[in-house]
Ligand binder design. Structure first.
Ligand SMILES: *Cc1c(COP(=O)(O)O)cnc(C)c1O
Length: 410
């Protein structure tokens, strides 16, 4: 009989050192090792507590281990976890029905990660262009925006404008045209009879929470309708309550043809993503043309359904809107005191730190030492995106800590 070796409990520093030789270095995490979490708070190996102001890049919109989501997961773990799509499972119909109803669209293609939803949306748009629009074989184009972030697969980095994401990973997938974000004239000029779709983020999260001018999303909707091409909205980060609405496109009362969801759809428990679209679009897929072993699995469907149920109450959207106002008031007070400027919608802000005080990374590390977790995006920008369950007091605490860190650094 073999006995598994007992490993002594290791400290945060030891665990960080242990990762170095065995884990690919594709991330540069803050030096905190999380061991437990609940709601808005995480706790490290040594028992230090931190306010989570990143929320897994919005994968944790409902906080860590929301009781309703944990219960749904536990219940499903005791019943059925995986069937593959070779068979039906008794959870998938309800998930698709409720998600279609929540978004005002017709059909759902369940996948797992965000990048898979984006890849699937691209495939569906191309197929639609050939089968419905009548684009000549292999000629379909998709128009995207500069400074986009849609994921990390080979095809997706093919139309990234971030050299770090692309360099060394060619050859790239053709068929994409890049135009400046928030520029309707450039978009109109790039659309022609080969255009299958325009793919954009309603708010560019990774770019630093870049919010387009009012009217841009309506303009994209109008242009794509007139040109007879699809409007694909990547709401993987902006969607599901973050901006004070279920979807960020709702701020302009716009309904896209194709919606890409992920992150919070899995409730912070399992990876769940989806392409949600009008019937005319998603019906182009026939058996064998696309799929995923784990897509739409019963555990994912149960958690996803519970997420939709939380959003149906409207409570989280309301919280994001109300607390978002407090966030903006707090950040406005810091402008000129270490904050150069910020962009915010709902409980989501990109904060530009005065480079004289420190880089985004340095500010993130100082905040971490004071018990607040955030992450820098570009150079001197930090992103605030706390769980939508955060309280007024906790938000005030985070802003107070930010003020302290900025003043001390001055
Ligand atoms: C995170 C993200 C993705 C990719 O999701 P993964 O689950 O990391 O593959 C795609 N689009 C947007 C807007 C995102 O924020």
């Amino acid at each position: 009989m073999t006995v598994a070796p007992v490993r002594a409990a290791r400290s945060s520093a030891e665990l960080i050192r242990a990762e170095e030789p065995v884990l690919a270095h594709n991330y540069h995490p803050l030096p905190v090792v999380v061991a437990r979490a609940e709601g808005t708070w995480v706790e490290d190996v040594e028992g230090r507590r931190y306010l989570d102001m990143l929320a897994g890049y919005s994968a944790l919109n409902f906080g860590h281990r929301h009781p309703a989501l944990i219960e749904a997961a536990h219940r499903q773990l005791d019943q059925l976890t995986l069937t593959s799509r070779a068979f039906h499972n008794d959870r998938l119909a309800q998930f698709a029905e409720s998600l279609a109803e929540l978004t005002g669209l017709d059909m759902v293609l369940p996948m797992n990660t965000g990048a898979e939803a984006v890849e699937s949306g691209i495939k569906v748009a191309r197929k639609w262009a050939y089968d419905v629009k009548g684009v000549a074989p292999d000629q379909a184009t998709i128009v995207v925006a500069a400074d986009n972030f849609h994921g990390r697969t080979t095809t997706i980095v093919s139309f990234s404008t971030d050299e770090t994401a692309r360099a060394g990973f060619g050859p790239f997938t053709p068929g994409f045209r890049v135009v400046p974000y928030n520029d309707l004239a450039a978009l109109e000029a790039a659309i022609d009879e080969t255009t299958a779709a325009v793919l954009i983020e309603p708010i560019q999260g990774e770019a630093g929470v870049v919010i387009p001018d009012d009217g841009y999303l309506r303009g994209v909707r109008e242009l794509t309708r007139r040109a007879g091409c699809l409007f694909i909205a990547d709401e993987i980060q902006s969607g599901l309550g973050r901006t004070g609405r279920t979807l960020a496109v709702e701020h302009e009362a716009v309904v896209p043809d194709v919606l890409l969801l992920g992150k919070a759809l899995g409730g912070g428990i399992v990876p769940v993503s989806a392409v949600v679209a009008r019937r005319e679009v998603l019906q182009v897929l026939r058996p064998g043309e696309h799929g995923s072993t784990f897509g739409g699995n019963p555990l994912a469907a149960a958690v996803g359904s519970a997420v939709v149920e939380l959003l149906e109450t409207g409570e989280f959207q309301r919280r994001a809107e109300e607390l978002g106002m407090e966030l903006r008031v707090g950040l406005t007070a810091l402008v000129g005191k270490g904050v150069q400027g910020f962009r915010a919608r709902g409980l989501w802000a990109g904060v530009d730190i005065d480079p004289a005080i420190g880089t985004g990374r340095e500010i993130s590390e100082r905040l971490m030492r004071e018990g607040v977790l955030v992450k820098d995006t570009h150079g001197s920008t930090i992103r605030l995106a706390p769980p939508l369950t955060i309280t007024t007091d906790e938000l005030g605490q985070a802003l107070g800590t930010l003020e302290k860190v900025l003043t001390e650094g001055a």
